[in-house]
Write a protein that binds this ligand. Structure first.
Ligand SMILES: Nc1ncnc2c1ncn2[C@@H]1O[C@H](COP(=O)(O)OP(=O)(O)OP(=O)(O)O)[C@@H](O)[C@H]1O
Ligand SMILES: [Mg+2]
Length: 270
């Protein structure tokens, strides 16, 4: 699946994030990533670094290529061309299973949770613990509570509650907790707060910061620039399939981000 090669040179590609530093191998490094769907060029030569312990916000207008990019990272789409590097190793083939084994978790708000099962069962779905041939409910319940406590998820009243009865923000928290319990190193979220109210949005943003503080990389797509400026360490802007700008959040403000999203360029970026 991966072969040992050295990291691509910092000079590779036009939009290399040289500010990220390279003492440790970069968690995820994309170089020249392109994806075509027939005549549609959804991704054009994307270079992106995603460092551990940081929140990277992926922003851009409808159809800019954000979802396609995260699906390429999660192994759902094969690349038309380009390279993906994980912790300094070039990824040769890449299926969703291999991505998940590496520690790449994609969290969807409404998918992948079973409403008719309780929180513990959802946390362990497909990975159930058994003891003497029967489900080890006690240890699964204990571990679920520990993980939620560790992530400061305090609004869930009982881990035996059916997931169907949870709010959108709580569901998001359970999906994230499940990824963390399986040792995710990179958690990808596509519009995690799109359907949430003010309080729930704040809870999800807190959870995103908690993940980063544990050394986990978060790559989050959002159309809400208030959320982006509240939570992100870094910004990556897509425009018509091209990554037009990326760097630390301090290099952007609301108007330069809007310029980049709507025109692909900004004279106001710092
Ligand atoms: N499976 C597919 N088949 C053909 N074209 C696709 C497919 N998926 C995406 N595209 C095209 O690729 C381009 C990028 O789409 P993508 O879904 O990545 O955009 P996005 O940035 O996530 O947009 P949004 O903000 O609306 O979710 C669009 O032109 C879209 O029509
Ligand atoms: Mg999308």
């Amino acid at each position: 699946m991966s072969e040992s090669e050295t990291n691509p040179r910092e000079s590779d590609g036009a939009t290399v994030d040289s500010d990220v530093g390279d003492r440790e191998p970069m968690l995820l490094r994309l170089r020249g990533v392109s994806k075509n769907f027939g005549a549609v060029q959804a991704l054009r030569h994307v270079d992106l670094d995603v460092p551990a312990g940081k929140v990277t916000a992926l922003i851009g207008d409808n159809g800019a290529g954000k979802s396609t990019l995260i699906k390429a990272i999660a192994g759902i789409w094969e690349l038309s061309s380009g390279e993906k590097w994980w912790l300094g190793n070039k990824m040769v083939s890449h299926t969703p299973k291999e991505a998940s084994d590496l520690g790449i978790a994609t969290v969807y708000q409404d998918l992948a949770l079973c409403d008719n099962l309780d929180i513990v069962s959802n946390m362990y779905l497909g990975f159930e613990k058994t003891k003497s041939g029967v489900l080890d409910e006690v240890s699964m319940e204990v571990r679920t509570k520990e993980t939620l406590r560790d992530l400061s998820v305090s609004t869930v009243q009982s881990v035996r509650q059916l997931v169907g009865s949870l709010s959108g923000g709580q569901r998001q928290a359970i999906a994230v907790a499940r990824a963390v319990m399986r040792d995710a190193k990179l958690v990808i979220m596509d519009e995690p707060t799109a359907a949430l109210g003010v309080t729930q949005t704040a809870q999800v943003l807190d959870l995103i910061r908690t993940l980063a503080s544990k050394g986990i990389a978060v790559l989050v797509i959002s159309h809400n620039l208030n959320d982006v400026f509240a939570v992100a360490d870094r910004i990556a802007v897509m425009y018509l399939g091209t990554l037009v700008s990326s760097g630390p959040i301090e290099s952007y403000d609301m108007s330069s981000a809007v310029d980049l999203i709507t025109t692909g360029t900004s004279t106001r970026a710092a």
